[in-house]
Design a protein around this ligand. Structure first.
Ligand SMILES: [Zn+2]
Length: 445
């Protein structure tokens, strides 16, 4: 254990220097130092190193891992490349070629992925917009009695390689194993890994945000593009939300996923506040971090705001005392209304992580290769043997066969009242996109 601290710190600083230069800006250095303190107090440093080594051995990186819970709030985890590529610093521009940095960005822009495109003033390369601005407390807590959670979705072909990590995790932190609740997220990482093999394009090379090469994704989102083939977005609930909730940017996608995750944050809550003109979409409470930021705007300090949010989540509603205190501080009635109507809020980390995978899948769909996309979808949907037979037999029942495929593999998950209708919609899209026959042909091989 004595050797751990120097190794851990050296690895963190080495990576920080690679991204941010040898002389780290104050905001970067302060964040690292603050998190070192929390990590040492909670033993998270040992776990992070272990996860990093295990991931490296298994060939897992930022492109094929997604996270559950709040690991996206840890900048150390970002630097060690174990949090699916979520940078929790405030929004900033970073040049990948000459390491030019700009933290002085327009204040009305919440996250780096939404920053306007800009070329590096030093070398001319297009700057990367980074930073989701997440407080490290959402991962480490503030009381030192919270044990930080490490939980990942990885492609199923890698699970055996991670057996050791699972045992380590389970003995150390008593965490849950892979389960049905996370099945859609697991399927998405499987699909991403399959697409990387099929197209030769590695997921981590696909930038999330408004970049020229991913413009078609934004375009598809704005036009209410079809999310067929992307598990996290195929549900009926998302389809209904999109009547009012607009997808104009990557961060909108992450917020949509957060709203979709916890019941009654949108339905009978945020939706009403938008419908009656109280709030704009960007002002909605979509996640824990939104409530935290709001409380700071009414004068709560960081500690008090954080404790308040944790209390709202654990008690699942406001107490009379909390309501009184909020009004005393001049909190808006809509904030009280919104907190009263939901059993909690999602973590933005996890929603961003799911959104990154979803975004990259949409990139393959709209910018790379439609055939590969649909094929990867059907393959990772685990077509059962007897269904495959139907696919192989029928020359006159492609629609039926596909309907069965969809029914078996998506039944129950998507929340469609009429699963046949859903299957037909998928089939229709595949025909319209001209991919039905090639997929069918591959199914026969
Ligand atoms: Zn540059």
């Amino acid at each position: 254990m004595d050797e751990l601290v120097p190794t851990f710190e050296a690895k963190v600083y080495a990576r920080a220097a690679r991204l941010y230069g040898d002389k780290l800006p104050e905001v970067v250095n302060n964040r690292i130092r603050e998190e070192f303190g929390y990590a040492a107090a909670s033993d998270a440093d040992a776990l992070m190193l272990f996860v990093r080594d295990t991931f490296q051995e298994a060939g897992l990186g930022t492109g094929n891992v997604s996270i559950r819970d709040n690991l996206g709030a840890s900048f150390l985890a970002y630097l060690l490349e174990i949090n699916g590529g979520i940078n929790p610093l405030p929004p900033h521009y970073r040049c990948m070629r000459c390491r030019h940095l700009e933290f002085d960005v327009p204040g009305n822009i919440r996250v780096g992925t939404d920053l306007p495109l800009k070329n590096c003033p030093v070398c001319g390369k297009l700057l990367l917009g980074e930073g989701f601005d997440i407080d490290p407390w959402f991962f480490y807590g503030i009381c030192r009695n919270k044990s930080p959670k490490f939980d990942f979705n990885v492609p199923s072909e890698k699970i055996d390689a991670l057996r050791e990590l699972r045992e380590f995790k389970i003995t150390r932190t008593g965490l849950t194993d892979y389960d049905d609740f996370h099945r859609p997220a697991m399927q998405m990482t499987d699909q991403l890994s399959r697409l990387a093999d099929m197209t030769g394009i590695r997921p981590e090379t696909i930038p999330v945000g408004n970049y020229p090469q991913t413009a078609a994704v934004i375009d598809a989102l704005e036009k209410g593009g079809s999310f067929v083939g992307v598990y996290a977005l195929m549900g009926n609930f998302v389809r209904m939300m999109l009547g009012r909730f607009k997808l104009r940017s990557f961060y909108d996608l992450a917020r949509l996923i957060a709203l979709n995750r916890i019941p009654r944050t949108w339905l009978g809550n945020g939706e009403n506040l938008m419908k009656n003109g109280t709030l704009e979409q960007d002002e909605l409470l979509a996640c824990q971090e939104d409530a935290f930021e709001y409380l700071k705007t009414i004068g709560f300090d960081r500690r008090k705001a954080f404790r308040y949010v944790m209390k709202i989540i654990s008690e699942r509603k406001l107490s009379a005392g909390q309501r009184r205190e909020l009004r005393l501080h001049g909190a808006s009635e809509w904030f009280i209304y919104s907190c009263d109507r939901t059993p909690g809020f999602a973590s933005i980390s996890q929603s961003i992580s799911t959104a990154i995978v979803a975004w990259r899948l949409l990139y393959y769909k709209y910018c790379v290769d439609k055939h590969a996309f649909y094929l990867s979808f059907l393959e990772t949907a685990n077509i059962a043997g007897d269904t495959r037979e139907i696919l192989e037999e029928g020359e006159n029942s492609i629609l039926d066969a596909l309907g069965i495929v969809m029914k078996i593999d998506l039944g129950g998950y998507c929340g469609w009242d009429d699963e046949d209708k859903f299957a037909l919609m998928v089939a229709k899209e595949m025909i319209e996109e001209g991919v039905m026959i090639p997929i069918y042909a591959v199914g026969r091989l």
